[in-house]
Design a protein around this ligand. Structure first.
Ligand code: ADP
Length: 200
């Protein structure tokens, strides 16, 4: 079995590549979904988050109010790091378990789709890191169309994320997505073909 870690900055085409890989037959683990599961009431993460940030982050139905939590962690120095130290290792364990389950099922290719794969130190879970990149004007344009956010907000998101230069140091495959969707699809299909010919 091969485990691919797929990462990339906002608007780089990561979700599109993930979708194409799923269509081709990969089992995709979406880190955002795992994140949501990690916060479910009754979990250790839920308890630790409430202990760290107070009862005010608990919504009426017992779930963690992500908006309230977000306001705290983005407004207070060091709070985001504190939250990440609670949540990221748990997500690591959950994803490791899912990968093992796929191994038992003799799945051939697993894709771990995670924007923060490198930042969260999840690369030990994967055999290869694939990175989607596009030039900044193209990223801004596509992200604007998709999210509707103003340009400055997108640029500030880009600035707050890891640079592509840094991401590339951890990546074995860089997928340039400055071209058309068809070109992207073709590139992903070629990479998929390459995987079918590798031995493990
Ligand atoms: P990410 O997951 O990296 O934020 P997406 O895959 O969601 O990026 O792509 C951002 C937006 O750009 C989406 O609306 C997607 O359909 C579009 N897009 C991605 N790649 C291309 C491309 N090569 N040509 C045109 N549009 C694209």
């Amino acid at each position: 079995m091969k485990v691919i870690g797929l990462t990339g900055g906002i608007g780089s085409g990561k979700s599109t590549v993930s979708q194409v890989l799923a269509e081709l037959g990969a089992m995709v683990i979406d880190a955002d979904t795992v994140g949501h599961q990690a916060y479910q009431p009754g979990t250790e993460t839920w308890k630790d988050v409430v202990a760290a940030f107070g009862q005010e982050v608990v919504a009426a139905d017992g779930s963690i109010d992500r908006k309230k939590l977000g306001a705290i962690v983005f407004g207070e120095a060091g709070a985001l790091e504190r939250l990440n130290r609670i949540v990221h290792p748990r997500m690591y364990d959950m994803m490791a378990e899912q990968i093992e389950e796929y191994r038992r099922q003799e799945v051939k290719v697993v894709v771990l789709d995670a924007a923060i794969l490198i930042e969260a130190n999840w690369t030990p879970l994967v055999d290869e890191v694939w990175l989607t990149v596009a030039s900044e004007p193209i990223v801004v344009q596509r992200a604007r169309e998709r999210t509707g956010l103003p340009e400055e907000q997108i640029r500030s998101r880009i600035r707050s994320q890891l640079s592509n230069e840094e991401r590339m140091k951890h990546s074995s495959v860089v997928i340039n997505n400055d071209g058309s969707l068809d070109q992207l699809r073709t590139k992903v299909m070629e990479l998929w073909e390459g995987l079918q010919h590798s031995n493990n």
